[in-house]
Design a binder for this molecule. Structure first.
Ligand SMILES: O=C(O)CCC(=O)C(=O)O
Length: 318
């Protein structure tokens, strides 16, 4: 059987991460880990007790699952509202011990992705929403201020793993407390990842069932361990999957690396396809619907014709 190709994400040691340095290291738009950057006092201050005291009164909406691998496609989790104090208390508990208070299972897993004030209309912005701790964290602004999109808290219980997905904006993921495993795949691996929307149905990229997902063997996996203080650049369209190895606190920052008009202005997550791409998808849906009116053999023939048209456009020959 074909051995899957595996690489490490390159690490660059630097104390200062400004736009110029960032541009000099990312011209190929591939992932990179910046290690040693001065991200502020959060590196020393942030732990479960400090965060619970400082921002514990905020109410948050969390993912709760009896399984460690969260599955967005089959929804193996519930959304629950809880105070940050209680969330931090539960998710920072040592792994293996049953929780005294729980929603569904004494060994349930937790994942928080912070949201905007009005969750449907506003993007998450850590500095705005959590002013109590804003001065602890220096976000590395490696882009011009008008391109900033959002900054998002990611707080996870040990072992919880977030589905493989892509986003449409460039992203710096800043690991602040705890260790995390990150697996990434380049955009060109899209045909091997069995996508539904922006998410892969393969929940465990380390142990995928190749009899069910044979094309996955052709993917190239980039895998690394993030340590506290690490900042990983996740370029738009690069697939990523993360697993918290212990109680994990991170903040990530999205920005519009392309012309702002190309992004869907109703997108509050940074993951809706770009406006021209969404339009193209609608065109394909319409084309397929039109072919439904034909007898099966004709439908198949004209679908193949469409595929070869698309294939030719991909290889630049149309
Ligand atoms: O680190 C995490 O918890 C998730 C990161 C992620 O999915 C992102 O930054 O887009």
């Amino acid at each position: 059987m074909q051995e899957m190709s595996s690489k490490e994400i390159p690490v660059v040691l630097t104390e200062k991460l400004d736009e110029q340095f960032f541009q000099s290291r990312t011209s190929k738009r591939s992932p990179i880990i910046f290690r040693g950057v001065d991200i502020g006092s959060c590196r020393l201050k942030w732990n479960a007790d400090y965060l619970a005291d400082a921002i514990g009164d905020h109410e948050v909406k969390i993912h709760v699952s009896s399984q460690s691998k969260l599955d967005f496609v089959n929804r193996n989790f519930l959304y629950k509202s809880i105070s940050l104090k209680e969330y931090i208390r539960r998710s920072s508990q040592a792994p293996g011990l049953p929780l005294e208070e729980f929603f569904i299972d004494p060994h349930e897993k937790y994942y928080l992705r912070s949201l905007g004030g009005d969750v449907r209309k506003e993007v998450a912005d850590v500095h705005k929403q959590y002013p109590e701790i804003a001065t602890d964290l220096n976000l590395p602004y490696v882009f011009s201020a008008d391109r900033f999109f959002s900054s998002v808290f990611r707080i996870a219980s040990p072992g919880s793993q977030l589905w493989t997905h892509y986003d449409v904006m460039d992203n710096l993921l800043i690991q602040i407390l705890g260790d995390k495993e990150i697996i990434m795949f380049p955009p060109s691996d899209l045909p091997y990842l069995y996508l539904q929307g922006d998410k892969s149905v393969i929940l465990d990229p380390d142990n995928a069932d190749l009899s069910q997902f044979p094309l996955f063997a052709s993917a190239t996996k980039y895998k690394s361990k993030l340590l506290p203080g690490d900042i990983v650049y996740i370029p738009a369209l690069w697939f990523h999957n993360v697993k918290a190895l212990n109680f994990s606190v991170a903040v990530n920052m999205f920005w519009k690396n392309l012309e702002p008009a190309l992004y869907d202005n109703k997108d509050v997550y940074g993951n809706k396809d770009l406006v021209p791409a969404a339009r193209a998808q609608q065109g394909v849906d319409k084309a397929l619907k039109a072919l439904d009116n034909l007898p099966a053999a004709y439908k198949e023939f004209f679908t193949l014709k469409l595929i070869s048209r698309l294939q030719a456009s991909l290889s630049g020959s149309s």
